[in-house]
Design a protein around this ligand. Structure first.
Ligand SMILES: *Cc1c(COP(=O)(O)O)cnc(C)c1O
Length: 376
């Protein structure tokens, strides 16, 4: 058996590590030597480049976090108190907490075997009060978008993609972010591209873009203000959700390196899938599709005897964890419901996330696979 191939940390093979672009410090230093450190030219440039690469013809609006982007998307989708929204029961709490700000009724849907939204269950949950469906591309694996877009059209329901895990993922040859009513991305510390914290709101309907910019900034029309033609009145409630130029300068560097970073992640994902293919008691999630491209943010596996596996990995210097939990376990969402989500129930005690990030090497993955082949 190989020696444990350490990363440049003494902690063994850790689960997450921020992906800091090589020119990030230089880029930040340049911004710090200008007049603009708040929302200025770097934010504009970051929005433009991100849009050109991933989301055209949809418009990019940079914000302070993925959660900010979700909250704005929900407002722009016209969601109001008492409306219903269908969301996956399994996701980061960030997806669902903004609904509690708004008094929108969360209707959880079950997930499929790959922890993405079960579109058949979604179809059965639609009522006349359903105003939106939110899907989450779990780990970077695109959901069944064609089915969701069809439901959206048939019932006049907004489709909102939480693509926090899925920068660079493709569905039927199109980048995630270029087709739905709204898509959000996150630039939180450990996402593919980080700005420390940050997010991107992507909007399909051009008529909503100016409003989005206003409610990103207190409800003030900043461009009129800067031109000196602002009426000095605020007529709608906004937030302080903008990105700043310090963060955007890091994001621009992350974007410049993105293709290499994505290729690294996807290569590791494929290597895991290959090496673990015939290993007893473990199945890598999301490998069977040919119509979509996995952005490889997380390597998630379905495993037997998870608690023993975690200890076995830890004993070999490998960190693993669940990372996300079913949201109906949280009291703020009403607490647990047994029996309503059979697929979630079936996988709840069986999923685990293994290390996959900028610092993980092929040798690390080979070592992890050997450790798993020994059994646990
Ligand atoms: C990271 C994440 C978000 C957004 O998180 P922020 O920390 O607010 O940027 C949203 N949804 C999912 C599924 C996430 O993993």
């Amino acid at each position: 058996m190989n020696e444990l191939p350490l990363m440049d940390t003494q902690d063994g093979i850790v689960l997450f590590y921020p992906n800091i672009p090589k020119n990030a410090a230089q880029a930040v230093s340049e911004v710090l030597n200008t007049r603009w450190i708040g929302q200025g030219p770097k934010v504009d440039e970051f929005e433009k480049r991100f849009q050109a690469k991933f989301t055209d013809p949809c418009t990019c609006i940079a914000v302070g976090s993925g959660t900010d982007a979700l909250h704005l998307a929900y407002i722009l989708a016209g969601l109001e108190e008492g409306d219903e929204v269908i969301v996956p029961v399994f996701t980061c709490t960030a997806t669902n907490i903004p609904f509690l700000y708004m008094g929108v009724k969360i209707v959880f849907a079950d997930v499929d075997e790959n922890l993405n939204l079960d579109v058949n269950h979604v179809a059965s949950l639609i009522t006349p009060r359903t105003k939106a469906i939110v899907c989450v591309h779990y780990g970077g694996l695109p959901c069944d978008m064609s089915a969701l877009w069809e439901m959206g059209k048939a019932h006049n329901i907004a489709i909102i993609e939480d693509a926090a895990h899925a920068i660079g993922a493709k569905y039927k040859d199109h980048y995630i972010g270029s087709q739905s009513d709204f898509t959000i991305f996150s630039f939180q510390a450990i996402k593919h591209i980080t700005t420390g914290d940050g997010g991107m709101l992507v909007i399909k309907n051009p008529a909503l873009v100016e409003k989005a910019k206003r409610i990103r900034w207190f409800g003030i029309d900043r461009s009129s203000k800067q031109k000196g033609i602002w009426e000095n009145d605020i007529t709608e409630v906004g937030y302080k959700y903008q990105l700043n130029d310090i963060a955007a300068s890091i994001g621009l560097e992350g974007l410049a390196e993105f293709d290499d970073h994505l290729a690294h992640r996807q290569n590791l994902y494929r290597l895991y899938a290959k090496l673990l293919k015939n290993v007893e008691g473990i199945r890598v999630i999301g490998t069977e599709y040919t119509d979509r491209e996995h952005a490889a943010w997380l390597l998630t596996a379905e495993v037997d005897d998870r608690e023993r596996l975690i200890v076995h990995l830890r004993n070999h210097g490998i960190e693993s964890a669940q990372v996300h939990y079913r949201n109906d376990r949280y009291s703020i969402f009403g607490g647990r419901t047994t029996g309503k989500f059979p697929k979630m129930d079936a996988i709840e005690e069986r999923y685990i996330v293994l290390p996959l990030h900028a610092k993980v090497t092929e040798a690390n993955v080979e070592y992890i696979a050997e450790v798993l082949k020994k059994g646990w």
